[in-house]
Design a binder for this molecule. Structure first.
Ligand code: GDP
Ligand code: GDP
Length: 434
């Protein structure tokens, strides 16, 4: 699992500027590989070799000015529930505000590590002004300038120090997370599998439920089923469940090997579902897409399945090698097929291909279709090896790695998929100099 760090604070203190600075380096790399659009408020970062997910909770705050105060309370509560560490950002230009005091009050009671980050300290004079923030009663603080980057290193040093160590992914039981929008049928699905009413299923999104990771055995294969519908406190019922489900999804996805992404067939594979899909994909998790409530779809001739499939694949391009299964949690139609497929995806994700076999298959393909010349340079790929990571990553050693363009990279990925079956699993390709 990766650690989660949440940035909280009132609007305009510089949260997104800071967020962008931290994820930029990495996103540039991710971008080149996938070319997908992403959520601007969730990203991965690393410092001193420690990786973490960063959430700009303020990025999810919607609505007019007068609801800000309420929204910020909620932001902080969510951060407290879901994050491993919290960065509380304030602005030295404006000094301590009432809203800062309110947030500080909530954070003072928290057991999790809180880092008070005083932003916009662009010069020495402002460093002196920062002293007034001691009044927030949060102790030590960090001064920084998100715009010019000064001070961010000190904050990150301290931050990664307190983050939990990464678990050994392979040591535990495989974890399947059931994710999706509120009301997609996640609890019903888990109920149907487990066959007992451990979860209270109702029509009202946000009913209090308990979340239990269930150990499950099927097809001689043992795994943990992770529910995301759970742990909704009563006082949260009236809150924006969409936002809440994003936060919960982040956490569940981080802790999973394979995500079962459920959506309601009568509502379609919309932008929110897509967001959850990309969360899983960017975390290199396996994915199975489950089109739920299939019993409600009236006209189920072959064409309907084709249309759904086409619509989904269009939304998840170019990562289309993902199983799509049409299920009903209500009638139990194909629910075991869903699990069986998740097991296959899990196996694909942990698959290790021997270097010899990899080269025997891939080198002749590359010889037949070599990388196109770029700026009059010819790239020669010499050998390929799978990296010893928990999910498939391949290094292609060549003379001029910088001249391999995206289309050729995708060609290589497709050939790997055709020959070795990585269905449901993101595959990373790195060009290395040799
Ligand atoms: P958010 O609402 O908390 O996400 O704040 P933004 O990141 O959108 O920043 C609000 C404003 O503060 C923008 O105009 C930024 O350019 C500015 N800002 C952010 N960080 C700094 C900084 O370190 N120094 C200065 N001088 N301005 C900053
Ligand atoms: P969750 O919020 O994703 O956990 O969704 P629930 O499991 O609470 O389901 C929301 C509503 O959809 C409930 O009324 C369920 O009975 C209903 N539902 C769930 N799965 C199905 C299904 O396959 N078919 C039909 N017709 N209704 C379903």
């Amino acid at each position: 699992m990766g650690a989660i760090v949440a940035i909280v604070g009132r609007p305009n203190v510089g949260k997104s500027t800071f967020f962008n600075r931290l994820i930029q380096r990495r996103e540039a790399i991710v971008d080149a590989v996938s070319g997908v659009t992403r959520d601007r408020h969730y990203g991965k970062s690393d410092w001193n070799g420690k990786e973490f997910s960063l959430i700009d909770t303020g990025g999810y705050v919607l609505g007019s000015d007068d609801v800000f105060e309420q929204e910020i309370d909620r932001q902080v509560e969510l951060a407290i529930d879901e994050a491993d560490a919290i960065i509380f950002m304030v602005d030295v230009e404006t000094g301590v505000t009432g809203m800062d005091e309110d947030v500080a009050k909530l954070l003072r009671r928290v057991e999790k590590p809180v880092f008070l980050a005083i932003n916009k300290v662009d010069n020495a004079q402002r460093a002196e002004d920062a002293v007034e923030f001691y009044a927030l009663g949060l102790g030590e603080y960090y001064t920084l300038s998100s715009i010019n980057g000064s001070g961010t290193g000190e904050l990150l040093d301290a931050l990664v120090e307190v983050l939990p160590e990464k678990d050994d992914e392979e040591a535990d039981l495989p974890r399947f997370a059931v994710v999706g929008r509120p009301n997609a049928g996640k609890s019903s699905f888990i109920n149907a599998l487990i066959g007992e009413d451990r979860y209270i299923v109702t029509d009202i999104a946000g009913t209090t439920r308990d979340s239990i990771d269930t150990k499950y055995n099927r097809f001689g294969f043992e795994f943990n089923l992770v529910d995301t519908a759970g742990i909704r406190r009563k006082r949260k019922v009236k809150e924006d469940l969409e936002f809440y489900s994003v936060m919960r999804s982040v956490r569940a996805i981080e802790h999973s090997d394979v995500c079962l992404l459920l959506f309601d067939a009568t509502r379609g594979f919309d932008g929110q579902v897509e967001n959850i899909f990309w969360l899983a994909q960017r975390n290199n998790k396996g994915v199975v897409i489950l089109v739920n409530k299939w019993d409600l779809v009236e006209d189920k001739e072959t064409n309907t399945v084709k249309q759904y499939t086409k619509q989904i694949k269009k939304a998840i391009e170019p990562f289309v090698d993902v199983p799509i299964i049409f299920i009903s949690a209500l009638t139990k139609q194909r629910i075991y097929k869903a699990i069986e497929t998740a097991v296959d995806v899990y196996k694909n994700r942990s698959k290790k291909i021997k270097t010899r076999q990899l080269n025997d298959v891939m080198l002749p393909i590359i010889e037949r279709t070599p990388p196109p010349a770029y700026k009059d340079k010819y790239v020669k790929i010499k050998f390929i090896t799978q990296l010893p990571t928990p999910y498939p990553q391949f290094a292609f050693f060549c003379n001029l790695p910088q001249y391999i363009r995206d289309p050729y990279r995708r060609f290589l990925e497709n050939k790997l998929r055709e020959n070795f079956d990585f269905t449901g699993v993101p595959v990373s390709i790195f060009m290395r100099k040799k």
